[in-house]
Write a protein that binds this ligand. Structure first.
Ligand code: ADP
Ligand code: ZN
Length: 612
């Protein structure tokens, strides 16, 4: 059996080897066992059920929550020569009748269904007929009532076990936490299922987090222009208005961008999403409403212009970059305002106290990740209970270790100033007091006569704001709940305030311009990593562009996204290896027999035409 699976992996999908634990999952499922698979985005979950569906007798039924996602998957499978189809509400009646007939005739290897469709009596009856190879329940975390992707219909999927006892089930998700996992097992009655967990590391993603000083928009623009010109990316913003403004501004600056947020009509959103998927080099500026079900593999960067609410959210959103395994960037800029605003939003929310406490811890963990001086990836993985023994070498703190400085005295001054002014003023006011500013308000409150007035000459206003941000982030200061941004001391600050404990803080980047110049030389950007490392010559670059153009032409003709024809990684291999025969071409990763037959000649001719 495993031999057959490996043969299918090679001949149909064009890949050489399974990525662990794919091989084990496939063997277990082929043998008829139930399983729960936890794998990060881009880990390769789809093959875990697609290949067993081809090996086992009958049709594999895939439950998938999003129409766009199933359409993409089916399109990709058809290109690979797999007999796949979907049934969903976007279809015309005659189309679904045709698919049903195919299924009844045993002509489908894989049938994709939305859960609500599957649960219709009519559908369940249909499934009673022909032999079924397996049930795959994709995005299985949708059963979780606590997660933000909750789908009530998922709860009813437990019916599959009773109704089709002999058919093995596999549930898959990229959501890693214990509680969700337990809920999936419980709600889908997967108590006997074998659990497969792979590492959640995404080594190709470079994590970069910095305090947004100065003009964040300009920094983003420079980042895209310098490192990802002409490439696809997602920029996350907090508000709808910002999203719309930024998309317009980027477009004006020559970076084609579209907005996506809950305030746009369904129609506009669907159109923007379709363009993002179907075109190359488009940037989506979005609120968190955008993302689930985007399996565009060559999203080269995800940028955050504000702080995510939790490490889970950060991980999930950044995880949309680089699904194809090629270098990608997770770039984030955040500031004092974000911290204060998120803390306030939390305090003002109508949630119960216990819930708020959980959310507060989550936000604190996210801030901790931002202010970290060690390896980001080690901390990120540790958060999910995984240990990375060595610093990763592919995050900003590894590439440019931040300097730290003994901020004990400075912190004492800041904390003491909060204390002496009565624990009710915001950062701006406190900084003014520390700097001894001549200000009517300060005089009115008599704060020009307290001991901390004017004792902060060692830092400028920006420096002091950085110190306050870090003190808040570390929980030594807390933001008031009333919405005015007043700060008060926490218990955690006592040892520092009393001078019993030293405090080391990150040194804030002094002159952003100078730092960038250094960073630019030290670390190759992902674009440079693809373009320069692999395509050092203009000829290579030219061939790459030509291959992408051919791919786009073929994709347009068939009305599918370009990556359904070939992935970037496969085109890059063509440039690097310069295959001379169809056989050599077919040996490249990602080219199965069907694709070789369909597109081989055209791509080969193009490679040949570019032979120097
Ligand atoms: P997930 O659903 O876990 O996010 P996918 O199933 O979409 O991930 O796979 C991510 C990418 O990895 C796809 O481009 C897929 O073709 C590729 N991939 C999966 N398994 C392998 C493998 N064994 N060898 C090479 N590429 C693979
Ligand atoms: Zn690192």
């Amino acid at each position: 059996m495993p031999d057959q699976a490996l043969h299918i992996l090679r001949s149909v999908f064009g890949y050489d080897q399974f990525r662990p634990p794919q091989d084990e999952v496939v063997a277990h499922l082929v043998a008829g066992g139930d399983s729960l698979v936890l794998m990060p985005t881009g880990g390769g979950k789809s093959l875990c059920y697609q290949i067993p569906a081809l090996v086992r007798f009958g049709t594999g039924i895939v439950v998938s929550p999003l129409i766009a996602l199933m359409q993409d998957q089916v399109a990709a499978l058809l290109q690979a020569g797999v007999r796949a189809a979907f049934l969903n509400s976007s279809q015309r009646a005659d189309e679904s009748r045709r698919v049903e007939a195919q299924f009844r005739a045993g002509e489908l290897d894989l049938l994709y269904l939305a859960p609500e469709r599957l649960l219709l009596d009519r559908t369940l009856e249909m499934l009673d007929g022909p032999p079924l190879a397996l049930f795959a329940i994709d995005e299985a975390h949708c059963v979780s009532q606590w997660g933000h992707d909750f789908r009530p219909e998922y709860l009813q999927l437990a019916v599959l076990r009773e109704r089709f006892p002999g058919v093995p089930r596999i549930a898959l998700t990229a959501t890693a936490d214990e509680r969700t996992r337990a809920e999936i097992v419980d709600k889908l009655s997967l108590t006997d299922a074998r659990l497969f967990i792979s590492s959640f590391d995404r080594p190709n993603i470079r994590y970069r987090i910095h305090e947004g000083q100065g003009n964040v928009r300009e920094q983003l623009l420079r980042f895209i222009r310098d490192e990802h010109p002409g490439e696809a990316g997602i920029v996350y913003c907090l508000s709808r208005q910002k999203t719309a403004d930024l998309a317009e501004w980027l477009t004006e600056k020559g970076v084609p961008a579209l907005p996506y947020h809950a305030g746009l009509s369904n129609d506009v959103r669907a159109r923007h999403q379709a363009r993002f998927i179907g075109e190359e080099g488009l940037v989506m500026v979005a609120t968190i409403a955008f993302g689930m079900g985007i399996d565009k593999p060559n999203v080269r960067f995800v940028a955050h212009l504000s702080l995510p609410k939790s490490v889970e959210a950060y991980y999930q959103e950044t995880g949309r970059a680089g699904r194809d395994g090629l270098p990608a960037d997770a770039w984030m800029s955040y500031g004092l305002q974000d911290v204060i605003m998120l803390r306030q939003m939390l305090a003002e929310s109508g949630a119960g106290e216990a819930h708020k406490r959980v959310e507060r811890h989550k936000l604190d963990a996210m801030l901790g990740l931002c202010e970290l001086t060690g390896c980001r990836r080690q901390a990120l993985l540790a958060y999910f209970g995984e240990t990375l023994p060595q610093p990763c070498g592919n995050c900003d703190t590894c590439l440019n270790p931040p300097e730290t400085w003994d901020a004990s005295v400075v912190a004492q001054k800041a904390l003491s100033c909060v204390h002496r002014t009565g624990q009710r003023f915001g950062v701006m006011y406190l900084v003014d007091v520390l700097l001894g500013k001549d200000d009517e308000r300060i005089r009115r409150f008599g704060h020009d006569r307290i001991s901390t007035f004017g004792i902060g000459a060692e830092l400028d206003a920006k420096g002091w704001r950085g110190v306050f941000r870090q003190l808040i982030a570390r929980g030594l200061l807390a933001v008031d709940v009333d919405g005015h941004g007043g700060l008060h001391l926490t218990d955690a600050c006592r040892p520092v305030l009393k001078g019993e404990e030293p405090l080391w803080l990150r040194r804030e980047s002094a002159a952003p311009a100078a730092k960038r110049a250094r960073a630019g030389k030290a670390a190759k950007s992902p674009a440079a990593r693809i373009a320069a490392a692999d395509f050092s010559s203009p000829e290579d670059q030219e061939l790459w562009t030509a291959l992408r153009a051919l791919r786009m032409e073929l994709a347009r003709a068939q009305n599918v996204p370009p990556y359904v024809i070939f992935h970037d990684a496969t085109l890059a291999e063509m440039v690097r290896r310069r295959p001379r025969t169809l056989e050599e071409l077919g040996a490249l990763s990602g080219i199965g027999e069907r694709k070789l037959a369909a597109f081989g000649e055209q791509f080969l001719a193009l490679v040949q035409a570019h032979h120097a």
